[in-house]
Design a protein around this ligand. Structure first.
Ligand SMILES: Cc1cc2nc3c(=O)[nH]c(=O)nc-3n(C[C@H](O)[C@H](O)[C@H](O)COP(=O)(O)OP(=O)(O)OC[C@H]3O[C@@H](n4cnc5c(N)ncnc54)[C@H](O)[C@@H]3O)c2cc1C
Length: 207
């Protein structure tokens, strides 16, 4: 998978929002140490968490399975624009069937697990779908034969409060391995000066 951070709100916007409550704008250091401490104190320690909603991040997430997409979409406090199989399945139609051992070739279209029995079964299912498309069956009907490992991509926008919730739940060892990988990748591409707001959410990652 590949995660790219496309856009983020500067910290001083969140500090400004917090300072609006106390009209303490003159104490701002423009997103420096004082503002960073204020955001952590008010947003995290005092649980005035709605202030964290002023920080918004947009990610471009590529090469995840539709199995992971289903879990990601459960996070309602986020916005998703997802690659449509209705409009894009010709990418598979225009290729040749894959040899069941051609993991590298098939990985252009599916997320592999590393379990060769499972991955061969996924390649067979991919070939079945491809055969249906080559027969001229429309994407809208053929897509019902899609495997969960079929790769997709999305643009994902989420605020800091919801991202904390996502990272806490999905970096946990009880989460699905692929969404744990996503949580780690999302955390890694956050701007360095923002990471302190999310560091504690990642505490379970190494377990
Ligand atoms: C380990 C694990 C296993 C899971 N297994 C399953 C499973 O087997 N089946 C399944 O269906 N789901 C499962 N889920 C998904 C889970 O139930 C949540 O849908 C998902 O984690 C999103 O969490 P969320 O609701 O906190 O996030 P969001 O939807 O982003 O909501 C963010 C926060 O907003 C508040 N909120 C949002 N909507 C409401 C509401 N209607 N009422 C009150 N407060 C609200 C809550 O405080 C919530 O935490 C699993 C999740 C995890 C982490």
């Amino acid at each position: 998978m590949k995660v790219t951070l496309m856009h983020h709100t500067p910290l001083d916007v969140c500090a400004h929002a917090i300072r609006t409550c106390w009209q303490s704008f003159d104490k701002s250091d423009g997103g420096g140490e004082k503002d960073r401490a204020l955001i952590d104190r008010v947003g995290n320690k005092y649980k005035h968490s709605s202030t964290l909603e002023h920080l918004v991040y947009t990610f471009y997430i590529q090469g995840i399975s539709r199995a992971l997409l289903q879990e990601l979409a459960r996070h309602r406090m986020a916005s998703l624009s997802v690659k449509s199989t209705r409009y894009t399945l010709k990418e598979l139609k225009n290729t040749d069937p894959f040899d069941l051992d051609d993991f590298k070739g098939a990985s252009k279209f599916i997320v592999l697990t590393g379990n060769e029995d499972v991955d061969r079964a996924s390649i067979a299912a991919l070939n079945n779908l491809q055969a249906l498309l080559k027969k001229g069956i429309s994407n809208d009907i053929a897509k019902y034969a899609l495997v969960e490992c079929y790769k997709t991509e999305l643009t994902w926008t989420i605020n800091a409060r919801s991202l904390q919730n996502f990272l806490t739940l999905r970096s946990s060892k009880s989460a699905l391995w692929e969404i744990r990988e996503l949580a780690k990748a999302v955390y890694e591409v956050l701007p360095d000066e923002h990471k302190y707001l999310f560091k504690d959410c990642m505490a379970n990652l190494s377990e």
